[in-house]
Design a binder for this molecule. Sequence first.
Ligand code: ATP
Ligand code: MG
Length: 508
Amino acid sequence: MAMKDFSFESIQQKIERFDIEASSDESGQVIESADGIARVRGLPNVENGEMVQFPNDIYGLVFNLEKDEVICAILERHTAVREGSWVKRTGRVMEIRVGEGLLGRVIDPIGNPMDEKGPVATDTAYPLERTSPGVVDRQPVRVPLATGYKIVDSLVPIGRGQRELIIGDRQTGKTTLAVDAIINQKDTGVISVYVAVGQKQATVVKLVADLARHGALENTVIVNAPASSPAITQYLAPYAGCAIAEYFMYEKRRDTLVIYDDLSKHAAAYRHISLLMRRPPGREAFPGDVFYLHSRLLERAAKLSDTLGGGSMTALPIIETQGNDISAYIPTNVISITDGQIFLEADLFNSGVRPAVNAGISVSRVGGSAQQKMMRQVSGTLRIDLAQFREKEAFSMFSSDLDPETIAQLKKGKLMVELLKQDKGGPMATVDQVISLYAGTRNLISDVPPELIADFERGLIAHFAEKHAALRTSLAEKGILDKESEETLRGVIQEYKKEFLDGSASRN
Ligand code: ATP
Ligand code: MG
């Protein structure tokens, strides 16, 4: 009878035999191998998460421990693992080779190079899974991680060590936002890891070329588990990327930025594996522990204490929604694990508002304390301005006689929406963002026609760089708008605006 194995005698005997067995080299036999999953018998002491070895240097990862069987996911060349093959314990958990040699490289989650640059030079190995640093090992998020996008750095600021979710439907600019954030780190000393899960090869190739063109590839590691790769590879990719960032954070005391693009596909890969293993499916057919899948990954982001070297890992996970539905299973889970979310909306994107950030529901719960003072000074009223604009914009479509206050709010809102638009690949330095936002939020450019705002801004920033470099530099260094610099700033903006409007009038 099945219950017999759980009888007291049986457990006691097992305990007595434990010491001898645990130290022996166990080997067993494959009883079934299909779809990259092997059922194995004869490894009674193997542990969950342990690597096992099959013939021909093929490895597997233990996923399920059942009563008389162990279920493993086969990592590579799974069709070569046959029924009847031997299988051995390795006593090791899954690891990835790490080192400075990874910078500028594209690798798969096992560590094999996927670019044409030859073998990867590494100096040590890091486990794919690691417990996250505890409370005493951390310190508060205090230093900004600038993305270069005005709307993000002003409204949903990200700090080093924070986890901020980028969420939106397909083709809303999620990847672009994340990759531009990497590009913006090229002179900040931050090391980036971009993890591509289930994407087309061509997309990743283009992205690597973009990073190279902007000079950001040499500070970036790309972990790629393309759509054509096995589900187990896609499942492992985020943990591999995280381990690489941990190497730079713990060992090299560096600030790091990790992008997981995206965790929806990661969850789908995990569901795929779980269903093949015949685990009981739950909500949306995901296995019951899918929350733990992402929480144990994102908990590893941190700003480390000074005792541990003060390095950091900022995580920007990406989630793809269907029809803006953030209440689906995976989105709600990840929203609850992160410190805020940047919500990108297809309607905004299609109407030309790019980045398509919905300012009303995008939040950052910890980044505000990392934001530079001058940024806080200029962005204080921004969220309210935008919210009032959205509300009144809808309302004004049905009404013709509006009061002057509403007209003014509409006008300012429209102008701010224009000012916050930003093309991809055009990250702005924080000081330039401050100059631009100051002009907008302080009503200094209400007479500039909305369609000329982009031109005006470009000209204004160039004007500061050429003619008022000293003011710009001192602002950037002080990080605060004192009375005196504010006066000068205001004066320069007005002076430039006059020049700009005169110029545009004479052109017409
Ligand atoms: P997917 O769901 O396919 O992963 P995504 O949400 O990651 O899409 P992207 O690939 O980043 O979206 O962007 C979609 C398209 O929009 C791309 O062609 C990109 O160049 C363009 N795009 C994104 N952001 C901007 C921007 N700020 N300015 C101009 N074009 C943009
Ligand atoms: Mg994308």
